[in-house]
Design a protein around this ligand. Structure first.
Ligand code: C2E
Ligand code: CA
Ligand code: CA
Ligand code: CA
Length: 280
C-alpha cells in the first residue's frame, strides 16, 4: 500500500492472492538486496552525433537475485516506490555511479558525464541537495560530471519547491534532463519556468521515424527546435537503426543513445568503449 512508509513492513496473511503474494515476497527480498550486494549498474553510452565520440552515459540498475536471476528495473522499481525503499536504492545508485566515474577518471580516461535516474519520491526528499553534495564530496567527482534524469511528472508538483531544488542543483553545476519527453503532460510551460539542460526524446517517437517525411519526423523536428530555442540540448533514446540516426542528424539532434551503438553494458565493457572513443 502506498501509504506505508519506509520502515513499515507488510505482514503476509492467508487471504492474499498470488499477485500480492509475489509482490510481498519481492518487497521483502528487495529490503535485503543492498546489504547482500545484489544490485549492480550497467552503463549505456550516449554518442555525440557530430563527432561519434562518447560524451556521457546513462547508469541503469539491475538486480541479480541469487535464485531468480536478473530482474529488470521495470519489475522492481515500482515495488520499491511503493514501500519507499526507492530512496535508499536511489542513493545507492547515485553513490555507485559517482564512484565508478571517479575510477574511470583516475585511470586517465576522457571525462564523461554520468546520468542517473531519479524517481519522483527520491527527487522530492527534503535532504536531497545535502545528500547529493555529500556523495560528490565523498567520491571527489565534479558536479558537472553528474546528470539527473527526471520525468515530466516530477515537475507537476509544487512549483516553488521544485523550482528551488532545480535552481540549487544548477547552481552546484549538476545537469538536469527530462526523460521520456513527450509521453507525459501536454503543458509545455514548465520548459520555460525551470532550469533544464536537456530533453530526452522518448523512444516511442524514435521508433516511428521513417525516411519519407512522416508526421513523426515533423514531431521530432518540432521538439528539437523547441528545445534549441530554449537553449536546451536534445538526446534521442532508443535509436536502433541507421535510418533513425541519419534522420536525427539532419534534424540537428546532439546526442543519441540506443542499441544501434550499444545496449547498457557492464563497467569493464564500457571502459573499452571509452578507450576506443578516446582514440578517435
Ligand atoms: P529509462 O530511464 O527510459 O531507460 C531507458 C530504457 O531503455 C532502459 O531500460 C534501456 O536499457 C532501454 N533501451 C536502451 N536503448 C534501447 C533501444 O535502442 N531500444 C529499446 N527498445 N530500449 C532501449 P531498462 O534498463 O530496463 O530500464 C527501464 C526503466 O527503469 C528506465 O527507463 C527507468 O525508468 C527505470 N530505471 C532504471 N534504472 C533506474 C534507477 O537507477 N533508478 C530509477 N529510479 N529508475 C531506474
Ligand atoms: Ca532514463
Ligand atoms: Ca527514457
Ligand atoms: Ca522511463
Amino acid at each position: 500500500a502506498k501509504e506505508q512508509g519506509k520502515n513499515n513492513y507488510k505482514v503476509f496473511h492467508s487471504g492474499m492472492n498470488i499477485q500480492s503474494y509475489r509482490t510481498f515476497i519481492m518487497q521483502n527480498e528487495l529490503r535485503k538486496a543492498i546489504e547482500r550486494e545484489e544490485f549492480l549498474l550497467v552503463y549505456q553510452p550516449r554518442i555525440d552525433i557530430e563527432t561519434g565520440t562518447i560524451k556521457s552515459a546513462e547508469a541503469l540498475i539491475r538486480w541479480e537475485h541469487p535464485s531468480w536471476g536478473t530482474i529488470l528495473p521495470s519489475e522492481f522499481i515500482p515495488l520499491a516506490e511503493e514501500t519507499g525503499q526507492i530512496v535508499e536504492i536511489g542513493e545507492w545508485v547515485l553513490k555507485s555511479a559517482c564512484k565508478q566515474n571517479k575510477i574511470w577518471q583516475d585511470k586517465g580516461l576522457a571525462p564523461i558525464r554520468i546520468a542517473v535516474n531519479f524517481s519522483a519520491q527520491q527527487f522530492l526528499q527534503k535532504d536531497l541537495i545535502d545528500t547529493i553534495k555529500n556523495v560528490l564530496i565523498d567520491t571527489a567527482v565534479s558536479p558537472n560530471l553528474l546528470e539527473i534524469e527526471i520525468t515530466e511528472s516530477v515537475l507537476m508538483g509544487n512549483e516553488t519547491t521544485i523550482s528551488n531544488t532545480l535552481n540549487q542543483l544548477r547552481k552546484i553545476g549538476i545537469f538536469i534532463s527530462i526523460d521520456d519527453f513527450g509521453t507525459g503532460y501536454s503543458s509545455l510551460s514548465y520548459l520555460r519556468r525551470f532550469p533544464l539542460n536537456t530533453l530526452k526524446i522518448d523512444k516511442s517517437f524514435i521508433r516511428d521515424i521513417s525516411t519519407t517525411s512522416s508526421n513523426s519526423n515533423l514531431l521530432i523536428s518540432t521538439i528539437i527546435s523547441l528545445a534549441h530555442s530554449l537553449n536546451m540540448s536534445v538526446i534521442a533514446e532508443g535509436v536502433e537503426t541507421e535510418e533513425q540516426l541519419n534522420t536525427l542528424r539532419k534534424l540537428n539532434c546532439e546526442e543519441i543513445q540506443g542499441y544501434l551503438f550499444s545496449p547498457p553494458v557492464l563497467p569493464k565493457e564500457f571502459e573499452d568503449f571509452l578507450i576506443q572513443s578516446q582514440d578517435k
